[in-house]
Design a protein around this ligand. Structure first.
Ligand SMILES: [Zn+2]
Length: 306
């Protein structure tokens, strides 16, 4: 038996009826959103996009599909730039989508327990949006965030492996621009000690889970886009760490592209085996037509050996 999770990467305003038809056609057991719903911090607050997605998510949840979401840094940027526009997106939308944050209880989804990483993450050890972390979530700093996520690990069912759903991925997976959370936007970032922009609090919680004897099957996240800035090529979007956890970056941006006049919709599919020892069977990057028809499938895990 297998359990299928469809991960929607950074939306950035690209969500439409074709995306919804595609989810129904692909018919996954679970649907994950990794955040960054807002199209552009200067033009949209992200509220409208989250409302549209939340309406769809409610219908899907009622039909038995598990829907989980986190919010991204773009949901915080509009508020930070123009605090007078109204309540922050997380406050306006939290009743709609009920996105994960480190204070939310973990959830059993198929064979795994899902623990939420830190929302709104910009990446790395910088502590942006401190007023929102403190005001909306009661998170004081990175150490406090790590403590809260570790607490959620403790709340999971010990019989099940863990998976993390987070806006940004874990630190410790490389400092080159093309690494899964590598800094592609600053010159000489690695030489300046700013190459690895993964979340250190998430890494701390992953290591904690392992220290408690728990298996961490995968981390699903977004944030660092597949196409590197400054013409540096393409990013590694799926890597396996030394302990065997599969890190899946779903941020293929834009997630809707037009080809031969047809809108194609991006998803990343994670297939889990549901045997006695659940495991990640495969990860693939999909593009569908608006009808839901699968147009392109690229397997990224296990790595294709040529
Ligand atoms: Zn982001």
């Amino acid at each position: 038996m297998v359990f299928t999770i469809l991960v929607v990467g950074d939306v950035h305003g690209f969500w439409d009826d074709g995306s919804e038809s595609s989810v129904r056609a692909l018919n996954p057991d679970a649907l994950f959103f990794v955040g960054d719903f807002a199209e552009d911090e200067a033009t949209t607050s992200g509220v409208e996009v989250v409302e549209t997605v939340a309406k769809f998510a409610a219908v899907e949840s009622d039909s038995g599909r598990a829907v989980c979401a986190v919010l991204g840094n773009h949901e915080a940027m509009q508020y930070s730039l123009k605090p007078k526009v109204g309540p922050a997106v997380p406050i306006q939308t939290r009743e709609l989508l009920r996105p994960y944050n480190p204070c939310e209880q973990p959830r059993q989804v198929g064979p795994v327990s899902i623990v939420g990483g830190r929302p709104l993450s910009w990446g790395g050890g910088d502590w942006f949006f401190s007023h929102m972390y403190q005001g909306v979530y009661g998170i004081r700093d990175l150490a406090h965030s790590a403590e809260l996520i570790r607490g959620r690990v403790d709340d999971t069912d010990e019989q099940r492996p863990i998976a993390f759903l987070s806006h940004n991925g874990a630190a410790g997976l490389g400092s080159a621009p093309g690494d899964i959370c590598g800094n592609d936007y600053e010159h000489d970032a690695a030489a300046n000690g700013r190459g690895d922009r993964g979340d250190p609090d998430l890494t701390n919680a992953i290591e904690y889970a392992r220290s408690r004897g728990r298996r961490v099957l995968f981390v699903a996240h977004g944030h660092f886009h597949d196409r590197l800035q400054r013409g540096q090529g393409l990013r590694k979007m799926c890597v396996v760490d030394d302990a065997g956890t599969v890190h899946v970056n779903a941020a293929y941006v834009p997630r809707i592209r037009v080809e031969n006049g047809e809108r194609l919709h991006n998803f990343t599919r994670i297939v889990l085996t549901t045997d006695k020892e659940p495991a990640v069977e495969s990860v693939s990057v999909l593009w569908t037509a608006s009808s839901g028809k699968l147009i392109e499938t690229k397997n990224v895990y296990p790595a294709v050996v040529s």
